[in-house]
Each structure stands twice: as structure tokens, then as C-alpha cells.
Design a protein around this ligand. Structure first.
Ligand code: ATP
Ligand code: MG
Length: 317
């Protein structure tokens, strides 16, 4: 993978939602990372840590409080609506719930054709594009004349992926696309995503709370806790040389077939603090069994512990 070209760069991105009495909910709090062409970057973390908000900010479905997003070198956070529209087709999103993502009053052919029209394709060009994607994605043509409510979750999620690929995007942001599906269907879709990376030159941001899925699918993984990235590393390294105590607790919470004995580490103590709480130090300090006094006082800086392995923890030398 080339580190010299960057498809997507996120710099200091923040989304703070105003609450009552002047308080702020820091859903995304100073997040920076890069994504390189044809890689799959996993964004992993517990419910409410800000993963979906991050995805929406990147696609500019939501305006950031601060920070910048660059796509193919162009700063999309600086573009007006008009100049943003050509970029819209180059970045697409697939959402968690396939059952809610198609209008129940429109047959599949109509739903897909509408997208083709939106991207300026003629009827013939749209039909050709749909047929090519159906072949790649393993969908039978007779689904075109069906209604969404007649289809299974797996079929609908394949159709949602088809719809996202109609505009031939370079980047796909997949927000927990498998979590509503049965395990056997999940496995098929994981392999489909890997095939599509090859056949369509896709780069992916794969949002998940499932460490097993992320380990299987992703080239690199960024671990998010309370709106911040606490550790980013190549997937193999993240699992074999885990540095952040929060990442360790996520990994040790996964039952592993190869683990003969008991879990190596206990789950972290206590509850995740509310993102509305102002935390001066490390966001994980209140739950970390190794925390020192300064962890509660100061926010740790990002350290590059090994090439491409970034971690925000005072305890890592
Ligand atoms: N429009 C909004 N207004 C106010 N708060 C919001 C809004 N959207 C999200 N939040 C809050 O921001 C935080 C992050 O939410 P987000 O949906 O990004 O988390 P997530 O990591 O995707 O969670 P999940 O795994 O459950 O999907 C949560 O505390 C959520 O309640
Ligand atoms: Mg989410």
C-alpha cells in the first residue's frame, strides 16, 4: 500500500452538539486520520462513541463544529453545496438497517433507476450499470420486479450496496452494514466487500463494534472512545501488539476460539462517562486500571509507537 497518496484525510474533526444550560455533547472530538487508496480502514468502538457522526461528517451529511476533510486533495469542508455535488457520487454510504433503506412503495428497479437518473445516466446506461453490478454482487435479475418488503435482510443489504455503487464511488463508508444480519449472511457479505474492493477499486471506511469482523476484514483499524481515536494501527499489529488499555479491554471482551485459558484481562471497571461530561484528561482514565494521576488531569498526546501505530496514552513509552 502506498503511503504517498491519500484518498481521504480528516484533520482535527469535531462535532459538538449543544445541550441545555450551555453544555456540549462532544460526539466527535479532534479526530485525525488518513485513508489510502484501496484500503479498508475499520472504525471500531462501543455504542455512542461517535462512529456514525464521524461517517456523516466525512460525507458532509452534517456540518462539523471544527476541522477539515480532504478528499483526493480537495477540501470538501470548504466547498459550497454546488461544488460539492460532483464529489457526492464519489463517496457513498451504506447504513446498518437494510429494512428501512428502501421505500416500501417503490419496486427495486424503480429505486435503482431513480439513482441512475440522479447521476445523469440514460435509461439504457442505467440498466446496463445495474445488470453489471447485479452480476458482481450475486443478485438475480428477477429481484428488480420485487417490492422491498418481499426480500430478506441479506438481499436488501446487497441491494443497498448495489445502490451505493451505481455512481462508481471511490470511497464507501459502511456504517455497521452487517450488524442487522444473521452470522452466515454476515460472512457472505464480508467476502463480497473484499471482492468488491478488488473488482471496483474501492476504498472503505468500515464502521463496526465487532472486533472479530474488523480483524477479518480491515487492513488498518482506528479505535474510538468518547469521540476520540485512542489507537490506530495495521490490523495484525493492533491485535498482536495492543498498546491502549481500552483496545485491550475491547479485544479481551471477545470470546476467542484460540484462547485456551481464561480471559487475559478483566473488562474495564465502571461505566463509560457521558459524552456531555467535560473530561480534562484521557477519556478512558476513569475506567483504566493502570491510570496515573496525570491521566486524569491532562489529555495524552498522540505517539507513534511503531511505524503507522499511533496511540494516545501516557503509559506507552
Ligand atoms: N443529532 C444529534 N443531536 C444530539 N446528539 C447527537 C446527535 N447525533 C448523535 N448524538 C450523540 O452523539 C453521540 C455519538 O453518537 P453516534 O450515533 O455517532 O454514536 P455511534 O458510535 O454511531 O453509536 P452506535 O454504535 O450506537 O451506532 C451519542 O451520545 C449520541 O447520543
Ligand atoms: Mg452508529
Amino acid at each position: 500500500m502506498s503511503n504517498t497518496e491519500t484518498l481521504l484525510e480528516v484533520r482535527g474533526l469535531k462535532k459538538h452538539f449543544p445541550l441545555s444550560r450551555g453544555r456540549l455533547l462532544r460526539a466527535v472530538d479532534d479526530v485525525s486520520f488518513r485513508v489510502y487508496p484501496r484500503e479498508i480502514l475499520g472504525i471500531v468502538g462501543e455504542s455512542g462513541c461517535g462512529k456514525s457522526t464521524l461517517g456523516r461528517l466525512i460525507l458532509r451529511l452534517m456540518e462539523p463544529t471544527a476541522g477539515r476533510v480532504f478528499f483526493k486533495g480537495a477540501e470538501i469542508t470548504a466547498l459550497g453545496r454546488h461544488r460539492l455535488s460532483p464529489i457526492r457520487g464519489a463517496m457513498q454510504m451504506v447504513f446498518q438497517n437494510p429494512f428501512g433503506s428502501f421505500n416500501p412503495r417503490i419496486q427495486i428497479a424503480g429505486a435503482l433507476m431513480e439513482v441512475c437518473r440522479y447521476y445523469g445516466m440514460s435509461r439504457e446506461a442505467g440498466a446496463e450499470r445495474i445488470a453489471a453490478l447485479f452480476a458482481d454482487i450475486g443478485l438475480s435479475g428477477d429481484l428488480l420486479n420485487r417490492w422491498p418488503q418481499e426480500l430478506s435482510g441479506g438481499q436488501l443489504q446487497r441491494l443497498a450496496i448495489t445502490r451505493a455503487l451505481l455512481s462508481d464511488p471511490a470511497l464507501l463508508v459502511a456504517d455497521e452494514p452487517l450488524s442487522a444480519l444473521d452470522v452466515s449472511v454476515q460472512a457472505q457479505l464480508l467476502n463480497l466487500l473484499l471482492d468488491l474492493r478488488e473488482s471496483r477499486n474501492l476504498t472503505m471506511l468500515f464502521i463496526s463494534h465487532d472486533m472479530t469482523v474488523v480483524e477479518y476484514l480491515c487492513d488498518r483499524v482506528a479505535v474510538m472512545y468518547l469521540g476520540q481515536l485512542v489507537e490506530t494501527a495495521p490490523a495484525g499489529e493492533l491485535f498482536s501488539r495492543t498498546l491502549h488499555p481500552y483496545t485491550r479491554s475491547l479485544i479481551s471482551a471477545v470470546p476467542r476460539l484460540d484462547a485456551a485459558g481464561e480471559r487475559e484481562r478483566p473488562a474495564p471497571k465502571g461505566e463509560t462517562p457521558s459524552p456531555a461530561e467535560e473530561i480534562p484528561g484521557c477519556p478512558f482514565a476513569s475506567r483504566c486500571s493502570s491510570a496515573e494521576p496525570r491521566c486524569l488531569r491532562e489529555r495524552p498526546p498522540v505517539k507513534e509507537a511503531a511505524p503507522g501505530h499511533l496511540v494516545r496514552c501516557f503509559l506507552v513509552s
